[in-house]
Design a protein around this ligand. Structure first.
Ligand code: CP3
Length: 344
């Protein structure tokens, strides 16, 4: 088997040209994605259709020759597998039946419904079979805190107040919810790794609202359990953590969770990240998605700053969060060219 640059980096080996992939690289900014999305019906229908989900997973590889592709699915298939209603209304984002208090926990399934997760494993196998031996396939799940914020509120919120209130008012019940998500996520990630994912990423998008003690409790501790649980069944499994907005808590996150690498958002101080984080684990990131949307000098400047900060060590080039739907494809091409042709 050939070596995959992304996996080389996760093993701690700097690559002359950093491997590149982009969060949300399959999505509405691509006309070929919009075409399949229309054919599929709803967004969840697309996630649960192995043929079409594999097709959109592969689109960025075909168009950009990107170094890694991420399974096309969503973090909210986990609540779906736990028996919650989940819907995506066009232009509105996700809607779930809110989990208002501890009493509602009784309605959660004890174990995930494999009828929901099986098609996703099949997508992984199909993509794996279609990839060459240098392109990595990334599986993923949401961080338990982030998934819980959607389950509790029933929708995206600006400050995740419903989940934070639940955690203050009923810490024991909130812990039960987190534990259920930890167990389910372990099984879900192991299923993806067995189906052929080369590594997995844990997306904890909404941990930036947590104070330090809560961050340890609701982000670091559950993530550590997921990492240990996955490695118990799949020794040596490669796991990337993305605690968006962690700020200085990124250091204890790296020290205490056991992740192989950390994904950085664009708000982190890059000198801190290089000295304190990249000295411990490979880093991934962290171009501001709005700089990519803007393009031109702002984009060039941002790309240079990212390469300057992290190019000297084990590094995966990426955005600091998902690509925005209005992003011009030409800007993505310009960025890729710049990274690939940089002087060492
Ligand atoms: O290319 C990829 O990154 C792979 C697929 C992927 C999606 N969602 C597809 C998607 C991944 C890895 C996710 C993760 C995800 N989903 C996260 C964590 C990462 C992040 O972006 O913060 C979160 C918080 C979700 C929940 C979610 N899914 C929201 C809030 C929304 C609505 C907002 C939006 O962009 O529309 C989604 C929908 C979603 N997930 C889309 C895609 C391509 C857009 C749906 C569409 O095509 O209409």
């Amino acid at each position: 088997m050939g070596t995959k640059p992304l996996i080389e980096v996760l093993n701690g080996h700097r690559q002359e040209v950093p491997p590149i992939w982009l969060m949300r690289q399959a999505g509405r900014y691509l006309p070929e994605y919009r075409a399949v999305r229309e054919k599929a019906g709803g967004f969840l229908d697309l996630c649960l259709n192995p043929e079409l989900a594999a097709e959109v997973t592969l689109q960025p590889v075909r168009r950009f020759g990107i170094d890694a592709t991420i399974l096309f699915s969503d973090i909210l298939v986990v609540p779906l597998a736990l028996g919650r209603k989940v819907e995506f209304q066009l232009g509105e984002g996700p809607k779930l039946e809110p989990l208002a208090d501890g009493a509602a926990l009784a309605s959660l399934r004890e174990v995930a419904d494999q009828n929901v997760l099986r098609p996703i494993y099949e997508t992984v196998s199909r993509v794996k079979a279609a990839l060459d031996d240098r392109t990595a396939l990334i599986g993923f799940c949401g961080g338990p805190w982030t998934v819980a914020t959607y389950m509790v509120a029933g929708e995206a919120t600006s400050d995740q107040a419903p989940a934070r209130l639940f955690a203050y008012r009923e810490p024991d019940n909130f812990q039960k919810l987190i534990d259920r998500l930890v167990e389910t996520s372990v099984g879900y990630l192991v299923g993806q790794l067995k189906a052929g994912a080369d590594c997995v990423q844990i997306f904890d998008t909404w941990v930036g609202v947590l104070g330090p003690d809560q961050f340890r409790h609701w982000c670091i501790a559950p993530t550590r359990k997921i990492v240990a649980g996955v490695r118990e069944q799949m020794p040596g499994a490669k796991i990337v953590g993305f605690p968006r907005g962690a700020g200085m808590m990124a250091l204890p996150y790296v020290e205490d969770t056991g992740v192989n690498a950390i994904g950085l958002d664009w708000t982190i101080d890059r000198q801190f990240a290089r000295e304190q984080l990249q000295s411990r684990v490979p880093v991934q990131g962290n171009v501001d998605p709005l700089a990519l949307l803007a393009g031109g000098a702002a984009l060039d400047c941002e790309v240079d700053a990212v390469l300057q900060a992290f190019g000297g060590g084990p590094f995966i080039f990426n955005l600091g969060h998902g690509i925005l739907p209005d992003t011009p494809i030409a800007h993505v091409e310009r960025m890729l060219k710049k990274v690939r042709h940089r002087r060492a």
